[in-house]
Each structure stands twice: as C-alpha cells, then as structure tokens.
Design a protein around this ligand. Structure first.
Ligand code: SME
Length: 171
C-alpha cells in the first residue's frame, strides 16, 4: 500500500487533525504488525506539527509504563504508575495538559529542553493499555483542541487494532 501523504501545514490545527484521521484510516491495515502501526502513528503526528519535539507511546507492563515506538530524542525506558506526567495520566486514566513542565511536581525530564506536554491515556472499556506522550520546546503548546483530537485519534487506533496483542510487543 502506498503510504505517502501530503499535508498542508498552513491549515488550522483542527483541519490538520481532520486530515490525520483520513491518513490513519488509510494507514491502519490489519496485515501490518502492531509495532509498525504504532510507529507510523507517531511519525504522522511528528510530521504534522512542528510544535512537537517528541511523541511516543508508553505501554503498561507489570504496573509500569514501558517505552514504545516514538519519534524524537532517546527517552526514559520505564516510568512508574503515578510518577511524572505520564504516570499520573495513566493512574488517573485522564488526559493531562502541562503548560510549563517546571511547574509540574515530579515531572520526568527526559529532554531538558522540553517546556510543555500533553499525555493521553490509552483506555478501552475502562482498561488501561498505556499512554501517548507529546512534548514541546514551546510553553503552553497544547490545548483543548489537541486534547479532543488526540483522544479521538487514540480511541480510533484502539478500536481498530487488537489491543490484546499489545502485550506481545513488550517481551
Ligand atoms: N515527560 C514525561 C516523561 C517522558 S519523556 O518526556 C519522553 C513525564 O514526566 O511523564
């Protein structure tokens, strides 16, 4: 399948998210390995928004979050539930927007240049599978438009894949 996609970055963010959904619909193909789908998902977002310095998945394994496919600099490989923004979002099963990471108690600084972030929990039928983490070098980079659309993208992804197979890529 041809996975090339042209994106007009001059569009408003809401419009960019709409084109991302179309891109995802074409991308998610049950013949692909799950790890390939997750990897391309992060690439779509990283390429769509210049404000993103890092985007990636952490998956739940043995009550910890384990680093999954991502785009950006190297990152912490394990985060305990309840720790940092990712661990807090996972524990609460709620999206967290942090406008200034220096003001978030316990923020885990994988990249000292990060200024703000948003973390979306991956939850299906009330079960936690991990989180999607997006960081930025700008303060207050993420807002309710990102929250609404990223939650929709994550739900779309979780409904398309077989979530029980996530465990198989975490050995
Ligand atoms: N920002 C995260 C840590 C992960 S890295 O930023 C990739 C946190 O405090 O949860």
């Amino acid at each position: 399948m041809n996975k090339q996609f042209v994106l007009n970055k001059q569009l408003k963010e809401e419009e960019i998210y709409k084109t991302i959904i179309t891109q995802l619909e074409n991308l998610i193909n049950n013949n692909d390995a799950l790890i390939s789908t997750f990897s391309n998902f992060t690439a779509i977002l990283k390429n769509a928004f210049d404000k993103i310095s890092w985007v990636g998945f952490y998956f739940l394994k043995d009550n910890k979050l384990v680093l999954g496919p991502f785009q950006g600099k190297i990152a912490c490989t394990e985060i305990e539930l309840g720790k940092g923004v990712c661990g807090s979002s996972a524990l609460k099963k709620e999206t967290i927007i942090v406008e200034d990471v220096n003001k978030f108690p316990g923020h885990i600084a994988c990249d000292g240049n990060s200024k703000s972030e948003i973390v979306i929990p991956l939850v299906k039928e009330n079960k936690l599978y991990g989180v999607l983490d997006l960081d930025s070098y700008q303060y207050s980079a993420f807002n309710d438009v990102d929250k609404k659309n990223l939650e929709a993208l994550c739900n779309f992804l979780l409904n398309k894949i077989n979530v029980d197979n996530i465990n198989k890529i975490l050995a």
